[in-house]
Design a protein around this ligand. Structure first.
Ligand code: SAM
Length: 211
């Protein structure tokens, strides 16, 4: 994603009612924020947030938290969020590395990774959101039967993930290398990147992992 500094982004985020300002303060009690005990799902690297806002609209019995580390990107999601009346979605401007400090063990039901940055160079492999280091973080916050759902059009990152995730001690429950022509497409909600890359003719890959 191309990033440019947007003046006022930090201020807009700091004063937004849709952004959890000190997320670690809610550790173990996010249900108080939502006012219910519904399961919580997060998207790591949500970008402009199309996917997670549509998921929240379609699933009112589930709580959603969108996580994006760049304020300039999160700002775009906030603009869209202001047009919606949804009680079951909040955002955080944090790096996914911090998830275990923010959520208690087992507090999350599902993690979505959509079109994560591929980091193609070997020396950057640790930055990939499906790397063993990140899978360890997800292991700490997911409940026992929790799952990670990952979509990408990047063949290299997908091949890497199909190997790296089992090496990290996880099971691949299902996968497809052509989501839009697969039974796994049922109920699929497209992300911004998914719309762009599938319009270019790129097949979309998806896997579901559990441990
Ligand atoms: N998920 C969106 C979609 O599919 O349209 C956006 C995809 S974009 C390529 C990846 C996003 O993940 C970027 O906005 C980036 O800032 C964010 N991101 C990457 N690494 C992250 C991390 N460690 N923690 C939080 N966000 C991250």
């Amino acid at each position: 994603m191309r990033l440019r500094h947007i003046p006022g982004a930090e201020e807009a985020i700091a004063s937004s009612p849709y952004v959890i300002q000190q997320p670690a303060e809610y550790r173990g009690r996010f249900h108080e924020l939502f006012g219910n005990h519904n399961p919580i799902r997060i998207e790591v690297g949500m970008g402009k947030g199309r996917f997670i806002m549509e998921m929240a609209a379609r699933n009112p019995q589930v709580n959603f938290i969108g996580i994006e580390r760049y304020s300039s990107v999160l700002l775009r999601a906030l603009q869209k969020r202001a047009e919606l009346e949804l009680p079951n979605i909040f955002f955080m401007c944090v790096d996914a590395k911090e998830l275990a400090e923010i959520f208690e063990p087992g507090e999350i039901e599902k993690i979505y990774l959509n079109f994560s940055d591929p980091w193609p160079k070997d020396r950057h492999a640790k930055r990939r959101l499906t790397s063993p280091d990140f899978m360890k973080v997800y292991d700490q916050v997911l409940c026992g039967d929790g799952t990670v759902e990952f979509k990408t059009d990047n063949q290299g990152l997908f091949a890497y993930s199909l190997e790296a995730i089992p090496e990290a001690g996880w099971r691949i429950d299902a996968f497809t290398e052509d989501l839009h022509h697969s039974p796994m497409a049922e109920g699929n909600v497209m992300t911004e990147y998914e719309m762009k890359f599938s319009a270019m003719g790129n097949p979309i890959c998806k896997l579901i992992a559990s441990r």
